[in-house]
Write a protein that binds this ligand. Structure first.
Ligand SMILES: Cc1cc2nc3c(=O)[nH]c(=O)nc-3n(C[C@H](O)[C@H](O)[C@H](O)COP(=O)(O)OP(=O)(O)OC[C@H]3O[C@@H](n4cnc5c(N)ncnc54)[C@H](O)[C@@H]3O)c2cc1C
Length: 401
């Protein structure tokens, strides 16, 4: 019976690993394929919201993350030159979640935790150095071809999960449209051990400014003192060499907090940001999850969290189908997670960016005053925290039929 063939997962990022763990927990055979020879190590996400921590807890991941992660109860809105505008305290949610805070831990410290737990399961085959090239599907299953250093390898499965990131070969193979747009500006991300906390900065801050808005957050790095990461927009017409020149990067940091002496810069990079959502997260026996299904700007820290939330929802539906329920559940997965993505993540991340970058001083003052009023009213602040922590969005999406 074809449904007894394993589920093939492409991509061993946080989403693909979470899919593998969640499916295995429900007795489903899986084979995982990752293009790179090892887990990727680039500097990306690092902030986890309460529902995501709750979802990963039954696997032992959340406890392990707490061993090195930073607990961030308060986050702030600031302006340039760094004055406090509003502060939100996630402690207001302590009656509804065991994790009333954001946990900060680099993505490349999460994936080894997931992989180590997955590797304890001797029935899971994990293949690095396998790049998905193409696939075919019929009503019975999928046939997937990978490029390896020893040539091509073809594998048959019952379902294919594309968790292969923003440039997903799986998504492209389905022909499903990736609807949305790319922001015109580029972003620079720089990291420094300089302690912004001594100036009252919370470990997670959004900085409003018509020209040089940004996001500042602290990650644990190898251990104390940790690293503070600043992301800010730049002109894409300038070369990377100029944008990342020591002088430019130094100036950006000095404009935030003038120190009178050079910052110790540990990492710097540029990247482009998109707002895109796949028209459907299902195409026959092929399912999309994580960045393969949606991309958003980093303001709010939703991308990686959404990938984990996709993985849990998808694995639940696929397992129920595996154990006898209708395969229509996979369409429900697509509807629920698309709804959470479009109505919550896309809407909030775009709104966050627009608030931070608003060029009309009067409009920006009005928006920031609105945030101050919310922060000063415990009931409104609680609702704001439920939204920005993805709790309300998940609840609304779970009601989608
Ligand atoms: C600078 C930056 C900062 C960010 N900050 C945050 C944040 O604070 N909070 C947040 O929630 N999100 C953040 N994000 C987004 C977050 O990093 C992504 O949403 C997250 O990586 C998605 O995980 P994923 O597993 O879906 O995809 P990925 O992490 O991209 O993993 C995909 C995996 O698939 C593999 N792969 C690719 N192609 C193939 C193929 N053909 N065959 C097999 N394997 C393949 C890749 O090598 C990779 O290992 C940030 C992103 C960036 C760029």
């Amino acid at each position: 019976m074809t449904d007894r063939l394993p589920v093939i997962i492409a991509g061993a990022g946080p989403t693909g690993l979470m899919c593998a763990l969640a499916l295995r927990k429900q007795g489903i055979p899986v084979i995982l394929f990752e293009a790179e020879p090892a887990l990727t190590h680039d500097l990306r996400a690092g902030s986890y919201h309460p529902p995501t921590l709750e979802m990963m807890a039954p696997y032992g991941i959340t406890d392990k993350m707490h061993e090195t992660g930073l607990t961030v109860r308060k986050w702030q809105i600031r302006n340039r030159p760094g004055d406090l505008v509003a502060e939100f305290d996630l402690g207001l949610l302590k009656d509804i979640t065991p994790y009333p805070y954001r946990l900060h831990l680099e993505q490349h410290r999460l994936t080894p935790i997931q992989l180590e737990i997955l590797q304890r399961d001797k029935e899971v085959e994990i293949n690095f150095g396998h790049r998905l090239e193409s696939f075919t599907q019929d009503s019975n299953g999928v046939t997937v071809t990978f490029a390896t250093k020893d040539g091509q390898r073809t594998v048959k499965g019952s379902w294919l999960i594309g968790a292969d990131g923003g440039r997903s070969a799986v998504r492209k193979g389905t022909g499903v449209e990736f609807e949305g747009f790319t922001w015109p500006e580029m972003f620079v991300v720089v990291s420094t051990p300089y302690n912004f906390g001594q100036h009252g900065f919370a470990l997670n801050c959004y900085i409003a400014d018509p020209v040089e808005w940004g996001a500042l957050f602290k990650v644990p790095d190898e251990g104390p003192p940790g690293l503070w990461r600043l992301a800010y927009p730049v002109n894409p017409e300038e070369s990377e060499e100029v944008l990342l020149s020591p002088e430019r990067v130094e100036n950006a940091l000095q404009r935030l907090v003038p120190t009178g002496k050079p910052y110790d810069i540990r990492y710097k990079s540029t990247y482009r940001v998109h707002q895109r959502v796949a028209a459907s997260f299902r195409s026959g026996r092929v399912l999309l999850a994580g960045d393969a299904a949606h991309l958003n700007n980093p303001l709010g820290g939703f991308g990686l969290n959404s990938g984990i939330q996709d993985a849990i929802n998808l694995s639940d539906k696929l397992a129920r189908h595996w154990h006898g329920e209708s395969e229509d559940l996979l369409d429900l997965y697509s509807r629920q997670r698309r709804s959470a993505t479009v109505e919550q993540v896309q809407a909030m991340s775009i709104r966050n960016k627009q608030t931070m970058e608003e060029r009309d001083p009067a409009v920006q003052r009005q928006r920031l005053e609105g945030l101050v009023a919310i922060a000063n009213d415990p009931e409104k602040a609680r609702q704001h925290l439920l939204n920005t922590s993805m709790i309300s969005g998940l609840k609304r999406a779970s009601e989608v039929q």
